[in-house]
Design a protein around this ligand. Structure first.
Ligand code: UDP
Ligand code: MG
Length: 149
């Protein structure tokens, strides 16, 4: 089953949105496979965002991610990478549809509350980076009520 890496950024934690965000993924029918509250160092944040290292906003982005604790999560489910991105909304909250997390709770691109992997391959890399000791292997007893088989 597909997995994605979701991170509630420091502004999402500070603004008390952890429960609300977890609730949205849970109610959708996805399964939580890993969860931790963690403060990361600059080098770790740079590694997570290494694909963006040439962008002008890179150092500000790293400052933002290390400005407070984040909630790192692994969610599992059918098409969870792309559906997770839809739940999160567009990168710029000004363009995020109402009903999405960024559309409902964020105003600026540099304070957009949440990260979600953009592809199955990047999810695999990000999960390995953030959860080097692995995640929890369990299956919800609700599975047959969410999936046809
Ligand atoms: N970002 C920014 N300015 C920009 C573009 C992106 O501050 O012009 C930040 C923003 O927090 C975004 C993150 O960099 O979430 C990673 O950018 P990406 O293009 O990967 O967007 P995402 O995948 O988070 O939607
Ligand atoms: Mg991205």
């Amino acid at each position: 089953m597909e997995q994605t890496f979701i991170m509630i950024k420091p502004d999402g934690v500070q603004r008390g949105l952890v429960g609300e965000i977890i609730c949205r993924f849970e109610k959708k029918g996805f399964s939580l496979k890993g969860l931790k509250l963690i403060s990361v160092e600059r080098a770790f944040a740079e590694k997570h965002y290494e694909d963006l290292s040439s962008k002008p906003f890179f150092s500000g982005l790293v400052d933002y991610i290390i400005s407070g604790p984040v909630v790192a999560m692994v969610w599992e489910g059918k098409n969870v990478v792309s559906t997770g991105r839809n739940i999160i909304g567009a990168t710029n909250p000004a363009a995020s549809a109402p009903g999405t997390i960024r559309g409902d709770y964020a105003v600026e691109i540099g304070r957009n509350i949440i990260h979600g992997s953009d592809a199955v391959e990047s999810a695999r890399k990000e999960i390995a980076l953030w959860f080097p000791d692995g995640t929890v292997n369990w299956q919800s007893s609700l599975h047959p009520w969410i999936y046809e088989c």
